[in-house]
Design a protein around this ligand. Sequence first.
Ligand code: AMP
Length: 114
Amino acid sequence: MAETIFTKIMAGEIPAEIVYQDEHVAAFRDINPKAPHHLLVVPRKVIPTLNDVTAENSGSVAKIFEALPKIAEQLGFKESGYRAVFNCGPDAHQEVMHIHLHVLGGRDMTWPPG
Ligand code: AMP
């Protein structure tokens, strides 16, 4: 399987503050946070972008959403609310080619986003 900076974090080869993990996904704090809580929820299976989601791998994507309420509850913003965002491709400034859900919480979010 392809290696990414996120597979290296999940393998313990690069340090990160991991707040949640199970056999399908891990969530860790973004190194450049945009909110008091800024987590990245990442499937262990490498899917480069949202454009690469298929019927064969969409189960890994679903695992992100199964973990999300547990993470929000654990970090204390399940009821106050949060934003969950995928960046895809150049216009969205996707930097890491391993899909990840940005989860931002702990402050009021503006809309529309930049
Ligand atoms: P994106 O632009 O959607 O691909 O987001 C990639 C995110 O990964 C950015 O918000 C980065 O700050 C974050 N990031 C990059 N390297 C690390 C790292 N070593 N640990 C935690 N977050 C990282």
